[in-house]
Design a protein around this ligand. Structure first.
Ligand code: SAH
Length: 257
């Protein structure tokens, strides 16, 4: 039986996959890729004769059938997913039945869209003395959220929030953040299709106007919402600085001068 490689394709741009991920694609006998958010250009790096299929219209059962059939007769089978497979990637649903059948599997991490969106907007998600925590979450749409993870509860921490799968729910996001006491003036960043050549769009606003700005810009899906006290810090000159680089701070690699 073949081995299944579950590969994070990265956020969009074809050269943002890891070297290891590209290498696995170059040896693949079959690739099942999530065509709704993974560029088909990744398939150009597959060897001749590699079987490919887009999973975007498949059910989980259909995906499992497709993979099992190939694993029965081919050596290297790849499941290519968007961003990093551990985030909103249905990884466990896929691996559990295959593990039961004794399929050998390995996951190759990818650059998540949260990281790609921060990079696109040149934002630091952590800021000394301001926030040292990043919460990766989503709001409730058709998929319910555990009660303790309602956005208003998470937002009470005042940490940076990276909100996936919620670009169509910006009004709800805004309402939840107000419930947590966040101000109308709180900066919000929305990045649509981060790193996709020619398609990336960066919308900046405040809680008070971000939903309207995104609606006017026609942003409905494939967008990351980032907000929190670290946002827009590059424009301020009173930011606390990291102790790690301070003159009087000694550590393993440097003695205070
Ligand atoms: N595993 C993926 C997330 C999959 S869920 C990752 O690590 O990035 C899909 C959601 O991810 C989208 O609704 C959107 O919120 C976000 N997303 C995926 N690709 C994106 C991109 N290029 N730019 C901005 N957001 C993106």
């Amino acid at each position: 039986m073949g081995k299944l490689w579950i590969v994070g394709a990265g956020p969009g741009a074809v050269d943002l996959i890891t070297v290891r991920g590209r290498e696995v694609i170059s040896r693949a006998n079959a690739i099942l890729y999530a065509g709704s958010l993974v560029s088909p250009q990744h398939l150009d790096f597959a060897p001749p004769g590699c079987e490919t299929a887009d999973s975007s219209s498949m059910t989980l059962d259909e995906m499992l059938q497709w993979l099992k059939e190939r694993l029965g007769r081919l050596e290297h089978v790849v499941r290519l997913q968007t961003g990093d497979p551990s985030l909103y990637g249905a990884l466990t649903e896929l691996t559990t039945p295959l593990r039961r059948q004794g399929v050998e599997m390995e996951v190759i991490p990818g650059v998540s869209s949260a990281m790609a969106s921060a990079a696109a907007a040149m934002e630091s998600l952590t800021l000394p003395e301001v926030t040292q925590t990043v919460i990766l979450t989503r709001t409730e749409g058709r998929t319910p959220m555990p009660e303790k993870e309602q956005l208003r509860h998470l937002a009470a921490h005042g940490a940076t929030l990276c909100i996936f799968l919620s670009a169509t729910l910006l009004e709800k996001v805004t309402w939840e953040l107000y419930q947590a006491g966040w101000s109308q003036e709180q900066p919000v960043l929305v990045v649509h299709k981060a790193t996709w050549p020619g398609e990336e769009r960066i919308i900046r606003g405040r809680l008070a106007d971000i939903a309207q700005s995104c609606r006017e810009a026609g942003i409905g899906s494939q967008a990351m919402i980032i907000t929190g006290p670290a946002l827009n810090a590059a424009g301020r000159d009173d930011n606390p600085v990291s102790r790690l680089y301070a003159d009087d701070f000694s550590h393993q690699f440097r003695t205070a001068g």
